[in-house]
Design a protein around this ligand. Sequence first.
Ligand SMILES: [Zn+2]
Ligand SMILES: [Zn+2]
Length: 188
Amino acid sequence: MTSADPATWNAGDFHQWTRPPSTPCPGCSCCTATLCATAAARELPCVAVGRSADYDLDRCPCANLAAAHRQLTTAAASDPSNPANAGRWTTDEAEWLYRQRNGFLVGAAHSLARAGVPVGITRDPADPHPVVLTIDLPDAGQVTWHLPDHDYRLPPAAPWDGHDTTTKYARLTAWLAANTPTTTPATP
Ligand SMILES: [Zn+2]
Ligand SMILES: [Zn+2]
């Protein structure tokens, strides 16, 4: 806890109000368990749920991981190159969906970077989409996507580890399953 979170207030000589001390969030060092769970349930950053005058929560790893989880779930569901979506869309539909997917991937990358997950880019000049967005999902492995040429404001990444698309989606599915945001506060 870096925030002021008094369990007891004293007012004057003898009036005293007490409340039970808050349970710290197991996933971060900035919030209570209730705050992170409420923020995840409302799909808001912790800073929008907590008292921003007291807390410095915009980098809360729990909120950023919850946002990345939503964005990566949507990206996977709308990615025409996901083997689970094979044959689902026409070429025209797929082109539009790739653009939508790319937006979710870049949003997720920035949320993950704020949560301390290694994220960056490498370049593959021979590819028409030369930017390789690279995410090292903790305990799941590296996942990469080719993106159009653009400055995504991400640092250089480790080289591609040779995984194929099937492995990428198996890793992503495993990470999503293991990192479902907690939306109910832990009981003390
Ligand atoms: Zn937390
Ligand atoms: Zn939080």
